[in-house]
Design a protein around this ligand. Structure first.
Ligand code: FES
Ligand SMILES: [Fe+2]
Length: 377
């Protein structure tokens, strides 16, 4: 279950730091189960992963349980107001502790009722005196790094990870300059999709707009493509354009206060978006569900928990038009990757950094290569 040094040499033989000279990642890394198993450890268990908007963990005792590529995790706000995250695993016999989301004062295991405080200390053990040489202090919950970033909550399973704020450089400032209202927005809608394509094919598709004039006719009437600019930085990229033309065929923007298409991709598998309309923010996650399957979660945060008619129209456009167009593209690419007719492709690189360029995809492939190398080395 590994990507070997030989595999890395193979990737490197085609990869060039200059996009116009580089080949893309070989197709077998989009197909083989071993590659995904390796990526779980090399990427998903070492990077900052989105949990929820800060509103969900505002109150003391609020918690949310979730899974990060096979690892059960719980994030919570403790009684003193600190954010905490732990493996959601009991130290007695490994049963999962909390499920779903809610509020609690104590974490009580549903198996034999060992109970933990919200700071992770083992508090009560039934018939404790019958266990010899037993010190509850040796059986605390295993902590996980957690951080609030732009009022969004993230966790990282790597105990040595540096903070997201530090890793993300200018991203926080950019997001807050386009979405200064992000902390006050509230969850209003969720859409999910299962796509028959490797998660990297879905990210590749997200990271360029070379395909937009070909595949997204309505999108190109909403967004001013000649202003579209993609900039890559460290572990994220920015995809910016002026948008909100009144005569567009995507959705009605007559009352829009936001006139931008401001989109960021954050390593490895999420994007943050602000679209034309009323105050809004969207978080989109691309979660591997198998070597050739991706589960997408698309959360909308609006000024009110009930989407307005105009917001519903935008949601419908994204769900019924834009997403369907992209899902078709990704699934076709995945089928193509399984044939001997494709091994690795090239990048269209515009030195001006426009949306017609694929340098954002090349940037992603460079980060993949770095992550593979770090783990294999
Ligand atoms: S496994 Fe949790 S109390 Fe037994
Ligand atoms: Fe697309």
């Amino acid at each position: 279950m590994s990507v070997t040094l030989r595999d890395i040499e193979e990737i490197k033989s085609g990869f060039d730091p200059v996009a116009a000279r580089s080949f893309s990642l070989p197709s077998r890394f989009y197909i083989e189960p071993d590659s995904l198993e390796f990526e779980k450890r090399a990427i998903f268990h070492r990077s900052w992963q989105f949990v929820c908007h800060g509103e969900k963990l505002k109150d003391p005792g609020s918690y949310i349980a979730f899974d990060v590529q096979g690892q059960a995790i719980v994030a919570l706000r403790d009684g003193e107001g600190a954010l905490r995250a732990f493996y959601n695993v009991c130290r007695h016999r490994a049963h999962e502790l909390l499920s779903g989301e809610g509020r609690t004062k104590l974490i009580t295991c549903p198996y034999h009722a060992w109970a933990y405080t919200l700071d992770g200390r083992l508090h009560a053990v039934r018939n404790e005196e019958r266990i010899e040489k037993f010190d509850k202090a040796d059986f605390c919950l295993m902590p996980v790094k957690i951080e609030a970033f732009c009022d969004l909550i993230f966790i990282n399973l790597d105990p040595d990870a540096t903070s997201l704020k530090e890793q993300a450089g200018g991203l926080g400032g950019e997001v807050l300059s386009y979405a200064p209202d992000i902390a006050n927005l509230t969850h209003a809608h969720r859409m999910t999709y299962t796509i028959k394509a490797n998660w990297k094919a879905v990210v590749d598709n997200f990271l360029e707009c070379y395909h937009c004039p070909v595949a997204h006719r309505d999108f190109c009437s909403l967004v001013e493509m000649d202003t579209y600019k993609v900039t890559t930085h460290g572990i994220y990229s920015s995809h910016m354009a002026k948008a909100g033309r009144a005569d567009n065929s995507a959705y009605d923007v007559a009352d829009a206060t936001v006139q931008d298409h401001a989109v960021w991709w954050l390593w490895p598998n999420m994007s943050l978006m602000r679209y034309p309309g009323a105050g809004n923010f969207m978080v989109w996650q691309f979660i591997p569900a198998g070597p050739e399957e991706t589960y997408e979660i698309f959360d909308f945060f609006f000024e009110k928990p009930e989407p307005s008619a105009a917001e519903m129209e935008a949601i419908r456009y994204i769900d019924e038009v834009l997403q369907q167009e992209d899902i078709g593209l990704c699934e076709s690419v995945q089928r193509g990757m399984r044939t001997p007719a494709f091994e690795r492709g090239r990048f269209m690189a515009d030195p001006g950094g426009s949306g017609m360029s694929e340098h954002g995809v090349h940037h992603f492939h460079g980060l993949l290569l770095d992550a593979y190398e770090r783990m294999a080395g």
